[in-house]
Design a protein around this ligand. Structure first.
Ligand SMILES: O=C(O)CCC(=O)C(=O)O
Length: 321
């Protein structure tokens, strides 16, 4: 078969990739309808926030924050929110946060002792330590396990969510409108049986988030993360520069060669670190969670945006039924 624009043969892999992408988009249609019903302003954001001109126009509406009176001591010490925001503006990521050991240990214990839900499905409920048994019991490959709203029963997780530094950074970066929009903890599991379809899900390939016009996500590792534990990867500088092809498409996930070809191989930073390591990023920049090859990874996310928070996204659930 020939591509009409280039007269080059279209390979089967491209057909499969495109077909897979459209199948994944079709599977998300109920989610899109839920978002639209909950908040009609979601639709213009979803269609336009991927384009640089509309995005930049929206950034112009940000209410500047020059000074914030300290809202109390932070568990992260005396880091300066304005300096972190400046680094975020420059590269899209700041990687200098560390959770105090007792906080990290308490959230990790919560993550081990609280049943999670596999692959975002509430009927696949199990303890992380019983992952292999759960895959056998449910007859399914299970790549992730979310705690959804159960995270709110963990005091240490709430202490991180409410730490004054996080909101201060969010306000300096996103503007005075910044508000909390997500809090979630989840496991990423190594599995022997992942199919191509499992691995081609957007979160395992470079993608950008499109949940709000302007967003910021804090991530914290609650287990040690080396190259075999599914480290997070971020492409520096991709938060404020986008090739036209990646603006004029409904897809958010794109092949690594296209992404790195544009921003340069050196722009990709792989975040490894011990339990307690934290970083904050503008998730409009290309990023991904890589597949955990040997060791499970426990992660926490606290996200900020500027629009009314969506109920379902609050804990990462695709559609609340
Ligand atoms: O699991 C990860 O490291 C990435 C998570 C992610 O892609 C997201 O929150 O959008």
């Amino acid at each position: 078969m020939l591509d009409a624009r280039t007269s080059k043969p279209i390979d089967l892999e491209t057909i499969a990739r495109t077909g897979g992408a459209f199948r994944r988009m079709a599977a998300r249609i109920p989610t899109y309808f839920t978002d639209l019903r909950e908040n009609p302003a979601w639709l213009p954001m979803f269609l336009l926030a991927r384009t640089m001109p509309f995005r930049k126009a929206h950034w112009l509406t940000a209410r500047p924050v020059r000074f914030t009176a300290s809202a109390g001591p932070s568990m992260f010490g005396d880091l300066r929110a304005d300096a972190i925001a400046a680094e975020l503006r420059r590269t899209g990521i700041f990687a200098g946060l560390t959770l105090p050991a007792p906080i990290q240990e308490e959230i990790a214990r919560f993550g081990r002792e609280t049943p999670c839900f596999g692959n975002f499905e509430r009927k696949l409920e199990f303890l992380a330590g019983e992952h292999a048994d759960a895959e056998r019991r449910f007859g399914r490959t299970i790549l992730s396990g979310h705690h959804f709203e159960r995270v709110l029963h963990c005091d240490a997780a709430l202490a991180v969510q409410q730490d004054p530094l996080l909101l201060d950074v969010a306000r300096h970066y996103l503007g005075g409108e910044a508000k909390l929009i997500t809090t979630r903890t989840w496991w990423s599991f190594p599995t022997k049986s992942a199919s191509e379809a499992d691995l081609s899900r957007a979160s395992f390939k470079f993608h950008f988030d499109l949940d709000d016009w302007r967003m910021l996500k804090f991530f914290f590792y609650l287990s040690n993360v080396d190259a075999d534990a599914g480290p997070h990867v971020y492409v520096r500088g991709s938060h404020n520069r986008r090739r036209m092809k990646h603006q004029l498409t409904l897809l958010v996930g794109h092949p690594a060669d296209e992404v790195l070809g544009f921003y340069g191989e050196d722009s990709a930073v792989t975040l490894t670190g011990n339990a307690g390591t934290g970083f904050v990023e503008d998730p409009f920049g290309f990023h991904m969670g890589t597949l955990a090859r040997q060791t499970p990874r426990l992660m926490m996310e606290v996200g900020f945006g500027v629009s009314k928070p969506s109920m379902r996204r609050y804990h990462g659930e695709p559609v609340i039924r």
